[in-house]
Design a protein around this ligand. Structure first.
Ligand code: CO
Length: 134
């Protein structure tokens, strides 16, 4: 793994949270993006080498909706950038980690992503992400 790419925070209302995080971080978000497949709207803030990703559910079946309903708003996942996501998924599987998908998926921010089940990572939902180069 190369670096901490971003942390993901589940929120109820993206507009309200954008304002809050603009005050907190002292800067504006640089983009918003909807990921229809995952039923989420996202906003990104740059903070040094890393980012903060805010996520709001756009449908009740969204993982973010379920998370917020069960645990309230808050830290949802930690994302690490990897060079080769398929190789990293293989490596982690061999190490005994449980992955949430067999194949990488297209995520927000021009990334291929895959999640590691929190049960196999001390309760932390870990995202692997690789920049898509086109
Ligand atoms: Co993320």
């Amino acid at each position: 793994m190369i670096r901490l790419e971003h942390i993901g925070i589940a929120v109820k209302n993206l507009e309200d949270s954008n304002e809050l995080f603009e005050q907190l971080l002292g800067r504006t978000h640089y983009k918003t993006e909807e990921v229809a497949l995952e039923h989420v709207k996202t906003a990104f803030f740059k903070i040094g080498e890393s980012k903060v990703e805010l996520l709001e559910a756009t449908a009740p079946e969204s993982a973010i909706a379920k998370y917020v309903e069960k645990r309230g708003e808050g830290l949802h996942h930690v994302a690490f950038e990897v060079e080769d996501i398929v190789a990293e998924m293989e490596r982690l599987k061999k190490e005994g980690f449980r992955l949430l998908s067999e194949q990488p998926k297209r995520g927000a921010d021009n990334k291929l992503v895959c999640f590691v089940h929190p049960k196999s990572a001390n309760g932390v939902l870990v995202e692997l992400c690789q920049e898509i180069v086109e």
